[in-house]
Write a protein that binds this ligand. Structure first.
Ligand code: BGC
Length: 836
């Protein structure tokens, strides 16, 4: 039997709650092993399934695999009968934030119920207008944070599912819901921001489905039988922090339902908006111990966790009776004090008032971006037994690793990983610390290739892209951040198609497809991608040059005025037109992958027209760009916009000259930085690419490492060489965009890249250079782990490669022709010649 005649057998054990299990075996022909269609009828709501597979390669059936399990959510709107419940009146104003915004106390809701028998299984489904945590019999349900996350609430609202079978007890049980402002009504956005973006009232909905061993079922849902009151959370904002008065924490849900509570108000829940999560929830993924705790002698302690990250503090308040403990957060110190200017209007301050009892405390509904915390109001000595930091972000599965012989480059890579973790917080954000934390499209667009090597981002991105398409369709233009909400005085700005940012609609789904083989992702986003390019096309006009729309351009070019980061040395219209040509080309490839030949022809023609217009407008006959900048050469090279080989070679030479002349210091912003290393290595200028990578003077990647960065910075000089902070109003120490070089580290320094969608074919093409004498990378592809490690032993490159089964490899070592390899382990030895 040939490979094509491979067969797969699926053993499917299905069980509807309350019914007996059924087993079926289904057989399928074919050798597809990734993202194959579900081989049986769709699951019913709440149905559980256990699947094992066995494969016949031609020599009979192999052994059964370990089983995989899944459970369907409450997919059909008819499966929902819960209502939204909220407090009967306006929530009390408990304080003002430093900008005079009033903060309201979030309500809590509860009810009790009695079990009618022995429970076989119980599932709790919850959602909120706000953020919600559930408690059963006083114990927290699950480990998810900031549930249900941030979606474009007008279009989609997620719900979370919990198995609470083991949390129920015979007889009476209580179910409590705590809510917080979250994105629904909290302070959102920069420039003063805005409150109550989605509404002024918090609400929660829950549905508990209990199945008894005797086959009967019971449903408890949010309705008018619930009661509400206010607890110990005095206020809670994502940016501003949480205030908690433990003296009010008389958390007795049963008492709330019978005595202290007031009846709730109900409103209908539009179940057609409900959607189950496609990605992992935000959770605590690590707990950091302080590396230094310094007593400032004036009642303040400065705690250093040694790592910038997103999360929040956990306190163990032994001995702190009737104390008011204040926690202020910051990413860096300036003049030995917390540098809070980069937080802008985010107060990032938590306050805990303790009672008589020692407490393990952590805020519930806020999150901060920080490395340092100032603790005041603590009596006695604060030690690392009292304070920890919970690292919090979307719990994405790690998929990729990189290492090389240069420890500074390793730290840069580590910083890239930490900035990914800190900013993949339910949505892909720009930064975790200041009054922003928005899903800026351009940041993700440039960083998605790196992120998708490091982590499994597919389900996470699927949710965000669904929102992007929904917002775009509603607005009829591409929002610059998703979920979008208008933010005065910027509300009218973003309607122009801004390149690099809006291009996320077409370019990033293609990245996801390349990295995962997920054609459905590409198909779902295709309409949005075509709407985007049509918008760009209309705005450009017949000459195909994008000079009529507002552009963010090569944002944060290090030579730009710090307060005007879009006034870059490279013409923003050049950047936009290069992107226009490239995106049209990628869309032609997308149409081809989707089997749409007419569309493919349309986008190819458009790409060719824009390419010609671009060359006429910006490229000189001698290969000199009209803007003689690294970004201009990088865009033209990587997007393949040179009119011919001669100009390409001359342009590449010029780019290498510019890099040498700047001594490897960075001269690119958001548009050029992700491309410049590839532009150099793809044209044979490996030395200059490594000169850029290994430069240590400001601005450079390794400058940020040597300056003590533990995450990647927004600005090349967020911290200046003289130790002062960049005073511009936009200075974060945790932005991932300039970490886009990670993708080049993986593909070119170590040498692993997909050569066919989903890494079904893998290119191993290391290009050693600079001071680096060894490197390695591992990526868990959809087919299994792929690995490369190489070491330069006295001028001979010793390479070890592992190709997962079901995939194939192409080995492309410097100075030899590429050659195909099959699954398994391979070793190569290749003399390393100095490239001319
Ligand atoms: C964000 C960026 C974003 C930019 C665009 C900034 O405030 O932090 O990363 O892409 O604005 O204007």
């Amino acid at each position: 039997m040939s490979e094509r005649q491979q067969r797969t057998r699926f053993e499917i054990i299905r069980q509807r709650p309350g019914s007996a299990a059924t087993t079926t075996v289904v057989e399928r022909e074919g050798d597809e092993q990734v993202l194959t269609p579900w081989p049986d009828t769709p699951l019913a709501d709440g149905e559980r399934v256990r699947v094992r597979i066995s494969v016949d390669h031609g020599a009979g059936w192999g052994p059964w695999s370990d089983p995989g399990t899944a459970e369907a959510g409450l997919i059909a709107p008819e499966s929902w009968s819960a209502a939204f419940i909220s407090s009967p009146g306006a929530d009390p104003i408990t304080r003002e934030d430093p900008q005079g915004r009033t903060m309201r106390q979030p309500p809590r809701f509860a009810r009790t119920f009695t079990l009618a028998g022995t429970v076989a299984s119980a599932r709790l489904y919850i959602t909120a207008q706000g953020v919600v945590q559930a408690e059963v019999n006083g114990h927290r349900v699950g480990e998810e944070e900031l549930t249900p996350g941030w979606t474009s609430y007008r279009h989609r609202l997620r719900y979370a599912t919990f198995d609470i079978t083991d949390q129920l007890q015979p007889g009476e049980n209580s179910l409590g819901l705590l809510v917080g402002d979250g994105w629904w009504r909290g302070h959102l956005g920069f420039g003063g921001g805005t409150m109550d973006v989605y509404g002024s009232e918090l609400a929660a909905a829950a549905q508990l489905e209990i199945f008894y061993q005797d086959g009967t079922a019971q449903r408890i849902k949010t309705d008018d039988q619930w009661r509400s009151d206010y607890g110990a959370i005095m206020s809670s904002g994502l940016y501003d922090g949480e205030h908690f008065d433990a003296r009010l924490d008389t958390f007795d849900w049963a008492r709330l339902t019978t005595r202290t509570g007031t009846p709730v108000r109900t409103q209908p829940l539009d179940a057609t908006l409900l959607t189950s999560p496609t990605g992992p929830p935000v959770t605590t993924t690590d707990e950091l111990t302080a590396v230094q705790i310094e007593d400032r002698g004036d009642g303040r302690w400065i705690v250093d966790f040694g790592q910038n990250h997103s999360g929040r503090i956990r306190l163990h308040t032994l001995g702190q009776r009737n104390a008011t403990i204040t926690l202020r957060h910051a990413e860096v110190l300036e003049n030995d004090e917390l540098a809070v200017a980069p937080l802008r209007d985010a107060a990032a301050t938590d306050v805990l008032i303790t009672g008589d009892e020692p407490l393990q405390w952590e805020p519930r509904f806020t999150i901060h971006g920080y490395r340092f915390v100032e603790v005041s109001g603590w009596t006695g000595t604060l030690t690392d037994q009292h304070i920890h930091s919970a690292v919090m972000h979307s719990d994405l599965e790690r998929r990729g690793w990189f290492e090389c012989s240069n420890p500074l480059v390793n730290r840069l890579h580590e910083n890239i990983v930490w900035s990914t973790r800190s900013n993949f917080v339910d949505i892909p954000t720009d930064c975790p610390q200041r009054d922003e934390r928005l899903g800026w499209t351009g940041d993700l667009q440039v960083f998605a290739p790196t992120a998708s090597f490091l982590f499994d981002t597919t389900g996470f991105l699927q949710s965000w892209f669904t929102d992007l398409a929904a917002e775009q369709a509603e607005l009829q233009w591409m929002p610059p951040w998703v979920p979008y909400f208008p933010l005065e005085p910027f509300a009218s700005l973003p309607r122009d198609p801004s390149a690099v940012w809006g291009d996320v609609a077409a370019l990033t789904p293609a990245v996801v497809h390349a990295r995962t083989g997920d054609l459905d992702f590409l198909r779902r986003q295709y309409e949005s991608a075509t709407q985007w390019i049509r918008h760009v096309e209309r705005a450009a006009g017949p000459d195909r040059i994008c000079r009529r729309s507002e552009q963010l351009g090569d944002w944060l070019d290090p030579a730009a005025d710090p307060e005007n980061p879009f006034v870059a040395t490279t013409d923003k219209y050049l950047v936009a037109t290069a992107y226009f040509a490239h995106t049209a080309h990628v869309l032609a490839e997308t149409a081809s992958a989707l089997g749409l030949p007419e569309d493919e022809a349309t986008w190819s023609t458009l790409a060719a027209e824009v390419r010609d217009a671009y060359a006429r407008e910006y490229v000189g006959a001698d290969g000199r760009m009209r803007d003689d900048t690294q970004t201009a050469y990088a865009l033209t090279t990587v997007f393949d916009l040179w009119p011919d080989q001669e100009t390409r070679a001359a342009g590449a030479e010029r780019l290498a000259d510019l890099v040498r002349a700047s001594n490897g210091r960075i001269a690119t912003g958001f548009a050029g930085t992700p491309l410049v290393s590839d532009a150099l290595t793809s044209t044979g200028h490996v030395d200059e690419a490594y000169q850029l990578l290994e430069a240590t003077e400001c601005p450079s990647w390794l400058y940020t490492v040597l300056a003590g960065g533990t995450t990647t910075w927004e600005r090349w000089d967020s911290l200046r060489p003289d130790g002062s902070l960049n005073a511009a109003s936009m200075t974060s120490f945790n932005h991932y965009a300039f970490g886009a070089v990670g993708d080049w580290l993986h593909r070119t320094v170590a040498g692993i890249a997909p050569a066919a969608p989903g890494y079904r074919s893998i290119r191993f093409a290391p290009r050693p250079g600079g001071s680096i004498t060894s490197a390695s990378a591992t990526h868990h592809t959809p087919y299994g782990p792929a690995h490369i490690s190489w070491v330069n032993v006295d001028g001979t490159l010793q390479v070890d490669i592992a190709v997962p089964s079901g995939a194939e490899g192409i080995v492309d070592l410097p100075g030899t022709d590429p050659q195909p390899i099959g699954p398994g382990a391979h070793h190569f030895a290749q003399p390393l010649l100095q490239e001319a």
